[in-house]
Write a protein that binds this ligand. Structure first.
Ligand SMILES: [Zn+2]
Ligand SMILES: [Zn+2]
Length: 252
């Protein structure tokens, strides 16, 4: 089992040096580890502390072109967008797509939500009871993810259930039907074995990503790889192990 692409990595372009390295450093580590393709996916614009700034997108693009040339590693430009409302809005504008090769989306804390009420519901309530959600909370979270999947050409849902519990199987089935990949995060897998087995049996497609916040962590996906191995998830459903996926932003 060889990981050939890592589609969730951060750099200094995530605000306040949240990511530690440069794009060139992430690509250089990928080259050394035999990873053929990576994506640079900074936190979305509405993240209060760690969000990338729209005005930095042109410089990011330039750094990507340069790092590609120097290392020979293929580099996609992306963003890890934030869920910002119960109606499934995310912090991406139509004009942002000009820069994007790949769109990731996940729930994060400390994000500017569309309203104060939604900040309460998604940030505060989920922080207070991340493991034993009320039925109302679970429904609200799940509905928001389903609506986001319906509204946006999301390629990958990152760390599903991390800090925002959902009805995993409902989200995974919708993702499967929309051609969206469910991430098996290199650091933390937030599914039960049973959920993963059902997802696999129902044809959900997975992607393994490091979510590296420093260059040396690019390609480090042991937790996810061990889970795949342990549960015998069919490799035909894991798009970046022993092969490379193709991403094209599916815009209406
Ligand atoms: Zn994240
Ligand atoms: Zn991330």
């Amino acid at each position: 089992m060889i990981l050939l692409g890592d589609y969730h990595t951060h750099t200094k372009y995530s605000g306040r040096n949240h990511g530690k390295g440069t794009i060139l450093e992430n690509a250089s580590v990928a080259l050394n580890k035999g990873i053929k393709q990576i994506a640079i996916t900074e936190h979305g614009f509405n993240h209060k502390f760690f969000g990338v700034k729209r005005k930095e997108l042109p410089a990011m693009k330039e750094d990507i072109l340069n790092a590609k040339e120097v290392t020979g590693v293929d580099i996609l430009m992306g963003v890890e967008a934030n869920l910002i409302s119960k109606s499934g809005d995310i912090d991406i504008l139509e004009e942002d797509f000009e820069y994007l090769d790949i769109l990731l989306m996940g729930h994060h804390k400390m994000v500017k939500m569309n309203s104060l009420k939604e900040f309460w519901q998604f940030t505060v309530v989920n922080s207070l009871s991340p493991f034993a959600p009320s039925k109302e909370q679970l429904n609200r979270n799940t509905t928001a993810f389903l609506k986001a999947l319906d509204k946006y050409p999301i390629d990958i849902i990152t760390h599903l259930n991390y800090g925002c519990p959902t009805d995993t199987l409902s989200v995974a089935r919708m993702a499967r039907d929309k051609g969206t990949l469910i991430e098996l995060n290199g650091k933390r897998v937030h599914f039960t074995d049973k959920e993963l087995e059902i997802m696999a049996s129902e044809g959900v497609k997975f992607i393994v990503n490091s979510d590296a916040h420093s260059p040396e962590r690019v390609g480090e996906c042991n937790t996810a790889m061990n889970t795949i191995f342990r549960l015998d998830i069919p490799l035909s459903q894991v798009v970046n192990v022993d092969k490379l996926p193709k991403f094209t932003i599916k815009r209406g």
